[in-house]
Ligand binder design. Structure first.
Ligand SMILES: C[S@@+](CC[C@H](N)C(=O)[O-])C[C@H]1O[C@@H](n2cnc3c(N)ncnc32)[C@H](O)[C@@H]1O
Length: 202
């Protein structure tokens, strides 16, 4: 989907498309890290960026949908936390190398070549000791999970993400279950790729 398709998707939903609460794997992965400079690539409406700012991180949030970024600004203002917002295409965005203690990529689904470029830029953006967290719908979700994109070409696997992270220390790489509420009050599991990696200290 291009930025105007994402704009249309966001604009056609009166409230938030995603929740105002952070993703559970983002919370798990970041809790315990010392807050510093964080970069949220494809930040959407800012649920994770705003939560990070609330934890004391200095957050730059990037998304190519102006409608999503406007909602992110509203969410941050409503929670009274500072977040620096940028409207940009993450396949072309080049963060300053070695300048972030945390880079987050949450539910960004791109063809493999584009994702490899984003992972390379994310990896280079890390300071020594900095962490990269990648979360997204897993390929196995097509057959064993629920929701998410149905095109296998844009789904993640832990192995494919790890392949793009040469030089980092992999702390977690797995397909994890995320309970999703159903209309009858139960839950069904979605399957997500979760990868957490650290740039070794120089
Ligand atoms: C499923 S949403 C996830 C948003 C957010 N990371 C979260 O977890 O709530 C995917 C987001 O990726 C953004 N996106 C997709 N391709 C992008 C690109 N090439 N550059 C910047 N943003 C992109 C979309 O605008 C959308 O906001």
């Amino acid at each position: 989907m291009d930025s105007s398709a994402w704009d249309t998707r966001y604009a056609s939903t009166p409230g938030l498309v995603w929740s105002a609460e952070p993703n559970r794997f983002v919370v798990e992965s970041v809790t315990g890290l010392t807050p510093g400079a964080a970069l949220d690539l494809a930040a959407g409406e800012g649920r994770n960026a705003v939560w990070l700012a609330e934890q004391g991180w200095r957050v730059t949030a990037v998304d190519f949908s102006p409608v999503a970024v406007a909602r992110g600004r509203e969410l941050a203002a409503g929670r009274d936390v500072p977040v620096e917002w940028r409207v940009a295409d993450v396949t072309a965005y080049r963060p300053v190398p070695g300048s972030y203690d945390l880079v987050l990529i949450s539910y960004l689904h791109l063809p493999a070549d584009d994702l490899a470029g984003v992972l390379a830029a994310a990896r280079q953006a890390l300071r020594p000791g900095g962490s990269l967290v990648v979360v997204g719908h897993d390929l196995a979700n097509l057959t064993g999970g629920t929701g998410g994109p149905q095109d296998p070409a844009v789904l993640l696997t832990p192995e494919a993400v790890v392949d793009g992270l040469a030089g980092l220390h992999i702390r977690r790489a797995e397909t994890a279950r995320r309970p999703v509420p159903t209309t009858d009050g139960g839950t069904v599991d979605a399957l997500d790729t979760v990868v957490v990696a650290t740039r070794p200290a120089d």
